[in-house]
Write a protein of this length. Structure first.
Length: 317
């Protein structure tokens, strides 16, 4: 069938699209662009003039189910934390992600994770040293843009390099679908995720805070380590400004945090996520270990909870 008789590919709808960028990365003709909608969410859009109708974008879309991606089996769950107190302090919870990432770096591998760039634009970056890894640490609470990361990761894998990719479950699924085969030198880690807002929402919040404090915001930590062990009411966020430095925002006065907790502006596909579940697409699943001690006794000193404890699920052998 020639090009004139082929149909323009049909990408998945907004109710399913996770902005995993698999279609964007696979298109050799650059016929797909990612467009932000009125809700601040990115969605792929095909340029009919550039598209050669090869259909590769449909084949790698993890939500169109034209691939043979498999979930891993029953996970083994652990509570864990770093013995190094400084590295643990810089992590969101117990530092399990740092332990895995630093092990990969020691083997001269590449670690990919979410980091703020210019104007706090969140993208996946590559860390090859422990110093570079610092930008990836801590939760971000907004969707990370993939851009062309998948293509770079594939080149590294094809060269035989060890790669660790850490992201939301849907982006782990998107990467594996884009690669179209399993690589023994690829490790993936996802997060226990309730959903993500589009970056457009966070950008509006950033502009609101900058206007309120008349200063440029450089970084934002949604939930720093608490000083004492406690419940939800003690949470706060920390915004760091160019001139004013750190400004603490209590939970009840933090509209972004409240909206996130109540799922007011999550991405459309997050409300019926196809990547969550007990059996995952990733090798590891990471989270702050909420509820620790409620089912089985936590036999270690109580202060360990305050310092942060990671939930680590081993999903693959």
């Amino acid at each position: 069938m020639d090009k004139q008789n082929k149909k323009i590919p049909q990408l998945c709808g907004k109710d399913l699209c996770t902005a995993c960028h698999a279609c964007y990365n696979i298109c050799s003709k650059k016929a797909i662009i990612m467009v932000e909608d009125q809700y601040g969410e990115l969605h792929p859009q095909i340029d009919d003039n550039l598209c050669v109708k090869c259909g590769m974008c449909e084949k790698v879309c993890p939500e169109l189910k034209q691939n043979n991606l498999h979930r891993n089996g029953e996970p083994k769950i652990y509570a864990c934390w770093l013995k190094n107190s400084e590295h643990r302090k810089e992590s969101t919870s117990g530092g399990a992600a740092f332990a895995i990432s630093s092990a990969v770096i020691r083997q001269r591998g590449h670690v990919w994770g979410a980091a703020y760039g210019k104007d706090m634009y969140l993208t996946y970056i590559e860390a090859n040293t422990l110093e570079e890894l610092k930008a990836i640490q801590k939760s971000k609470y907004t969707q990370c843009h993939v851009e062309e990361a998948f293509k770079t990761i594939k080149n590294e894998l094809d060269s035989g390099d060890l790669v660790l990719f850490t992201g939301t479950g849907c982006h782990v699924k998107g990467l594996r679908s884009f690669l179209r085969k399993d690589y023994p030198n690829l490790m993936t880690a996802d997060l226990v995720c309730q959903g993500v807002p589009g970056q457009g929402v966070f950008r509006k919040y950033k502009e609101h805070l900058e206007a309120k404090f008349n200063d440029e915001m450089l970084t934002y930590i949604p939930r720093p380590k608490r000083n004492v062990d406690g419940q939800e009411g003690q949470y706060y966020s920390l915004a760091y400004f160019k001139n004013k430095g750190n400004i603490k925002m209590e939970k009840n006065n933090n509209s972004y945090f409240i909206g996130f907790q109540h799922n007011l502006f999550l991405r459309s596909a997050c409300h019926h996520c196809q990547s969550n579940g007990k059996e995952r697409y990733s090798d590891f699943t990471l989270a702050d270990f909420w509820g620790l001690g409620k089912i089985a006794p936590f036999i270690h000193p109580y202060k360990e909870r305050t310092l942060g404890v990671s939930m680590l699920a081993l999903n693959s052998s």
